[in-house]
Design a binder for this molecule. Structure first.
Ligand code: MAN
Length: 216
């Protein structure tokens, strides 16, 4: 290159200067060191590291975005009343078990004597059911009319039977509280529960009454 056309003395001077300049550029991360294993200058390596970290940040935002979008598609009931209760858990003792209901998440049977918990289903959907029951004096019952039912399915498999499932039927009450648990058929559970989230004006049933119970 250039050096070859110069007189010997100048050639040496230029060579020294070029070598110094190259060393300076390498030192400042602008040029890759010639014997570098990576073959990349420090600025290129830094840029690549930065790029990779921004990419992984982007990927995690993307998956957050997707799960939020999916969540927004889910049915959380009229006016999204169950969104605020999601993940909130209530428990009741019944027979040899404690039964837990975690709103919009899952139901669980926990032996009082210790041992393994049994999954009674994961939240699947909201349905409406018609009930007609004598209301106990303390008001802790479903009464009669249309009620919201939270369906939990695909729980632990029942020996010689179906996967456990739970229907949580809600009536309007001041507190979130499980009133009663029954195993209607083997491994098919029904919880009767009170919740302020059931005190909504909708839906209006065929007889024009709302899900609201009279005393509240
Ligand atoms: C456990 C409990 C019961 C269920 C039986 C079925 O004992 O989950 O509720 O009926 O298993 O084998």
């Amino acid at each position: 290159m250039l050096e070859a056309y110069l007189p010997q003395s100048l050639r040496e001077w230029v060579h020294t200067k070029l070598t110094e300049l190259r060393a300076l550029l390498v030192e400042n991360g602008i040029l890759a060191a010639q014997d570098s294993d990576v073959g990349e200058s420090k600025v290129v390596q830094d840029a690549r590291t930065h790029l990779n970290s921004v990419k992984s940040e982007r990927d995690s935002h993307k998956s957050d975005l997707e799960s939020n979008e999916q969540d927004l598609q889910k049915d959380y009931g009229a006016d999204d009343v169950f969104r605020a209760l999601k993940g909130q858990c209530i428990t009741v003792e019944s027979g040899e078990y404690n039964y837990e209901h975690c709103f919009m998440d899952k139901t669980t049977q926990k032996p009082q004597k210790g041992g393994m918990d049994t999954g009674m289903g994961y939240f699947e959907r909201i349905e409406m059911v018609t009930v007609d029951e004598e209301e106990p004096a303390d008001g802790k019952g479903l009464g009669s009319g249309e009620r919201i039912a939270l369906k939990y399915e695909n729980g632990a498999h029942c020996w010689n039977g179906p996967a456990r499932s739970t229907t949580v039927i809600l009536a309007c009450a001041a507190e979130n509280e499980i009133w009663k648990v029954v195993e209607a058929e083997k491994c098919v559970y029904r919880m009767e529960a009170g919740s302020p989230a059931a005190c909504v004006d909708e839906p209006v049933s065929a007889n024009g009454k709302t899900g609201k119970k009279d005393e509240l």
